[in-house]
Design a protein around this ligand. Structure first.
Ligand SMILES: Nc1ncnc2c1ncn2[C@@H]1O[C@H](COP(=O)(O)OP(=O)(O)OP(=O)(O)O)[C@@H](O)[C@H]1O
Length: 400
């Protein structure tokens, strides 16, 4: 479905990444807000590292997602110079920002259980569809207004069948990628008339239309003079993103990728060794994330990248103080996720269900995470109306 920018105004820039700029956009009628990610095909970054292919891949993945802790695609638009898509707005910032706001910069075991359970649930859905996320880190875990989480940033994700057997003509393609994808659950949000027509997401690249084209060209100009102060503030707490955005190698054997992507402190040993990797890299990253939430630092960080990778391959995970005694389940979960041999790692054999069954998650209502679990932190009501950047309103008016 095409984005109808005639019904929208840009409020501010939410974030800027390697793949584009994300705006907070408000529907002119009804006031519904959503995030609009804009990829400028002609930017310097876009011409490097196969970025356009990654942007299209991200859009294609989003168009098929339907899970409470994964973003759903609200709409998209394309011009010769731009590709843009809308997803629900998450006003609570990300898990990294939240951790930095905590007095001792660590989460309680209960909060870790809550957030990691939702992340495991989201990864389980992605893996069931054959997609390895490959970029799990706190900066990519966004907080919704109700305090539940949503993963963002799918450009490094990759379609990988769950196991590494040779391809068989009898094996069906992963369910998300069968014949146009499955129809997402319709959320209340997607029924709001933001867009010119409400149909199920189109997995193919969106068609350009003249009006959207003009609007988006102007949007690029708006981006260029956008407010960077908000962004530089945020960058301080955020790790620099992926280690590499080289084109993914498609010379991969079935079920494994040999590309090297991710954020260095979160990269799994099999990826460092370059021996090919599968979905288990995401379970490794869950272990790193849980460790960072519990101890306020990642387990393998070195003085430089080389030392970090050496640590990933060789260093024993240190559990500070008496945490093995105080937090035996959490310590065990982290140890089993940070198993260097991917075949022995928790989640390798039994997928997300194996992780869900770990004693740390005892009592978690997996089927009703979104309903019965009380988030440890509810973001204050967003006051984004006061933060309109530049001439956001006039800018959209000029488009007509
Ligand atoms: N739905 C959203 N709601 C609120 N903020 C968002 C949303 N989506 C993205 N952002 C903000 O925009 C930033 C950049 O988004 P995203 O990570 O998708 O872009 P990217 O170009 O792929 O980034 P990266 O360089 O990390 O790959 C995020 O870190 C986040 O701060």
């Amino acid at each position: 479905m095409d984005i109808d920018l005639d019904r929208a105004r840009a409020l501010r820039v939410l974030g800027r990444g390697a793949m584009g700029t994300v705006f907070l956009v408000e529907a002119r009628y009804g006031g519904f807000r959503y995030a609009l990610k804009v990829f400028d095909k002609r930017s310097a970054a876009a011409t490097r590292h196969d970025a356009e292919r990654r942007a299209r891949w991200e859009l294609s993945v989003l168009s098929r997602l339907a899970h409470p802790h994964l973003p759903c695609l609200l709409g998209s638009a394309e011009t010769p110079g731009l590709l843009a898509w809308a997803v629900p707005y998450c006003p609570g910032g990300d898990l990294n920002e939240l951790r930095y706001a905590l007095p001792d910069r660590v989460f309680s075991p209960a909060a870790i259980r809550f957030y990691v359970a939702e992340i495991v649930s989201a990864l389980g859905e992605l893996h069931a569809s054959g997609v390895a996320y490959r970029d799990l880190k706190p900066e990519n875990v966004l907080l919704r207004a109700d305090g539940h989480v949503t993963l963002t940033d799918f450009d490094l994700s990759r379609l990988l069948p769950p196991k590494t057997e040779a391809p068989s003509s009898a094996s069906p393609p992963p369910r998300m990628f069968q014949g146009g994808g499955h129809r997402p659950r319709v959320s209340a949000r997607s029924e709001i008339p933001l867009f010119s027509h409400a149909t199920k997401p189109d997995p193919s690249p969106p068609a350009a239309n003249p009006s959207a084209k003009q609007q988006l060209q102007s949007l690029v100009r708006f981006i260029m003079k956008g407010d960077r102060s908000e962004l530089s503030k945020k960058a301080k707490s955020a790790r620099v993103s992926p280690v590499s955005r080289k084109p993914a190698s498609f010379a991969s054997s079935w079920g494994k990728s040999f590309s090297f992507v991710g954020t260095e402190e979160y990269v799994a040993p099999e990826m460092v060794r370059g021996e090919g990797h599968g979905l288990a890299v995401d379970w490794w990253a869950v272990g790193v994330l849980a460790y960072e939430m519990a101890y306020g630092r990642t387990p393998f960080k070195g003085k430089n990248r080389k030392e970090t990778f050496r640590n990933v391959l060789l260093k024993d995970v240190e559990f500070a103080g008496d945490s093995r005694r105080r937090l035996p389940e959490l310590t065990d979960l982290i140890s089993r996720l940070l198993e260097r041999d991917p075949r022995k790692r928790l989640g390798y054999q039994g997928g997300a269900d194996e992780v869900r069954d770990h004693p740390f998650f005892a009592g978690v209502a997996w089927d009703m995470l979104d309903v019965v679990s009380r988030p440890p932190y509810i973001p204050p009501p967003a006051d984004d109306g006061d933060e309109v950047v530049g001439d956001g309103e006039e800018y959209f008016d000029k488009l007509h």
